[in-house]
Design a protein around this ligand. Structure first.
Ligand SMILES: NC(=O)c1ccc[n+]([C@@H]2O[C@H](COP(=O)([O-])OP(=O)(O)OC[C@H]3O[C@@H](n4cnc5c(N)ncnc54)[C@H](OP(=O)(O)O)[C@@H]3O)[C@@H](O)[C@H]2O)c1
Length: 295
């Protein structure tokens, strides 16, 4: 029997890059894998590639633009209807944009997609994760989080926007979210970890019309990991018995690593949780939310 047989895994952003490679790895271990993407044809094409490469036909497609909160809510409803149990949620979607632009909800796009989307989706799926325990929530952050600062006075970059600051802030928010979630989930059997995948050769930042990252990527591409190698730590955190029960930790290359000092400030992580809950309209007290939005 394969190690993930009988387990169900949801991977946000599984149509390419690290998410798709993680989907191949976990499907190869026998998991039923759900991937999300914005475009149905692209997602179905990715799902058939994942099924072929893994030899596992159990790959499902969910379509949603996760920058939109109503789409995240619809997505969670579809996932809850499709999956009576959910063993792993891999929050992977993320991106970089040099120029400030707003989502359908009027929020700054980087913060909304990289932080608020996984925050909301996790909250909406929490009850299902808890009833499936032992279960795991894994959030793909970045080493860039160490240069991040949560600017509570200007979270949306209205006064001063830099793409790099917005990205770093969102990735620090991923780590803080992971730690705060872990403390709230103590005793439930659901763990919460974050990771840095390493610089990985994907489509990352290609959507940014300024192509601000392109010259850097051009220089470092020969040193970048393949998507398969970049997905290794995510696959490890999703599947390995070595990390069973391990929660509230940040990983790089399968090893725990200290994250940026400010990520451990519990007053700040709790404040970020409250502000995020307010921005997405869920209760801040961590009562698991049901699909219809009631607590
Ligand atoms: N690559 C690196 O060097 C690196 C380094 C550190 C951290 N990371 C982190 O790793 C994660 C994955 O990055 P990647 O390099 O694999 O990126 P990628 O190749 O650009 O893949 C991004 C994935 O997210 C999906 N996506 C993008 N915008 C979306 C939206 N609005 N709604 C729903 N899905 C959306 C894309 O699907 P569709 O386009 O089909 O919708 C795609 O499946 C990110 O969180 C990133 O911050 C990457």
């Amino acid at each position: 029997m394969k190690p993930m047989t009988g387990k169900t895994v949801l991977i946000t952003g599984g149509t390419g890059g690290i998410g798709k490679a993680a989907a191949v790895g976990l499907a190869s271990m026998g998991a039923r894998v759900g991937i999300t993407g914005r475009d149905r044809a692209r997602a179905e094409q990715a799902a058939s590639t994942i099924a072929r490469e893994s030899g596992n036909p159990g790959v499902d497609v969910f379509v949603a633009d996760m920058s939109s909160q109503s789409e995240v809510r619809r997505l969670s409803g579809e996932v809850l209807a499709a999956y009576p149990r959910l063993d792993v949620l891999l929050n992977n979607v993320g991106g970089f944009w040099a120029h400030r632009h707003l989502t359908a909800d009027g929020l700054e796009h980087t913060f909304a997609l990289n932080h608020l989307a996984p925050f909301l989706l996790t909250n909406l799926l929490l009850e299902r994760l808890i009833t499936s325990a032992p279960a795991r929530v894994i959030t793909v952050s970045s080493g860039a989080h160490s240069m991040g600062r949560i600017d509570f006075d200007d979270l949306m970059g209205e006064q001063d926007y830099s793409g790099q600051h917005a990205y770093n802030q969102s990735k620090l928010a991923n780590v803080m979210f992971t730690y705060e979630l872990a403390s709230h989930l103590e005793g439930t059997g659901v763990t919460s970890t974050a990771l840095h995948p390493g610089m990985t050769n994907t489509s990352f930042s290609n959507e940014d019309p300024s192509r601000r990252m392109a010259p850097i990527v051009f220089v470092v591409r020969p040193f970048m990991k393949s998507p398969k190698t970049g997905a290794d730590t995510a696959i490890y955190l999703a599947s390995s018995s070595a990390v069973e029960g391990v929660s509230g930790r940040y990983f790089v290359n399968r090893k725990t690593k200290e994250s940026e000092e400010s990520s451990y400030h519990t007053a700040t992580t709790a404040r970020l949780w409250r502000v995020s809950a307010d921005l997405v309209g869920v209760p801040a007290d961590m009562t698991p939310i049901r699909a219809n939005g009631s607590s």
